[in-house]
Ligand binder design. Structure first.
Ligand code: TYD
Length: 216
């Protein structure tokens, strides 16, 4: 029987560099002979990508908080059912840019719904799937927003006020404190190569993978 793959999620606020780091990590794991799939939320499958444009485009108040959450969950269900679960069952490792913790933070802790509601909804739909490791790319809000503005790629969530982004940062750190075995908090302020090296060290230690090398 094929050994089940691992699910590694990357989380963090705006401009933390998740998409760059996911590429670095995928390369390092592939070089160690691991069959890797990289994906993202909201999105990752055609259906979920269609929902992504509904939820990331338009004005900040386009959706009520609950409707917005249900859209994220609908996208996630399609993604889990059609991409993540089949890949894990095939023994592939899935690297996912944002997952359940983004909803727990953006709609729950920093948003108006609260963590309890989000966790109840997740419990009903996604109880069978938990990341093996969650890399939290943490950096000061000002730095993240400055990086994002320099890249010029805004979305509905970046229109929110700085206090919201601060609550996002604190929310992620709170979740990491609650589940220290699942989360690894990574300082995302240094240069990308240095962050990539830190991530490899964490992967080696947490997932007992001596053959994964730092060289990209
Ligand atoms: P994206 O452009 O992918 O942002 P980033 O590059 O920072 O990941 O847009 C996704 C936005 O959606 C991002 O601002 C976070 C937000 N989001 C939620 O609010 N809830 C969720 O469950 C997910 C997955 C994302």
């Amino acid at each position: 029987m094929t050994e089940r793959g691992r699910l590694i999620t990357l989380e963090g606020g705006e401009g933390a560099g998740k998409s760059t780091q996911i590429q670095h990590l995928a390369k390092a794991l592939a070089a160690a002979g691991i069959d890797v799939v990289t994906t993202r939320e909201p999105g990752g499958t055609p259906g979920a990508e269609a929902i992504r444009s509904l939820v990331t485009e338009g004005t900040a108040d386009r959706w009520s908080p609950l409707t917005e959450t249900l859209l994220f969950l609908a996208a996630r269900q399609d993604h889990v059912e059609r991409l993540i679960e089949p890949a894990l069952a095939d023994g592939r490792w899935v690297l996912c840019d944002r997952f359940i913790d983004s909803t727990r933070v953006y709609q729950g802790l920093a948003g108006t719904l609260g963590l309890g509601v989000i966790d109840q909804l997740h419990h009903v739909v996604f109880d069978h799937i938990t990341p093996d490791l969650t890399l939290l790319l943490d950096l000061p809000v000002d730095l993240g927003l400055a990086r994002r503005n320099a890249a010029g790629d805004g979305n509905r969530f970046e229109q929110k006020v700085t206090s919201f982004h601060q609550a996002v940062r604190e929310g992620f750190l709170e979740l990491a404190r609650e589940e220290p075995d699942r989360f690894a908090v990574i300082d995302a302020a240094p240069a990308p190569d240095s962050v990539a090296a830190t991530i490899i060290d964490v992967i080696r230690k947490r997932l007992a993978l001596p053959s994964v090398s730092r060289a990209s």
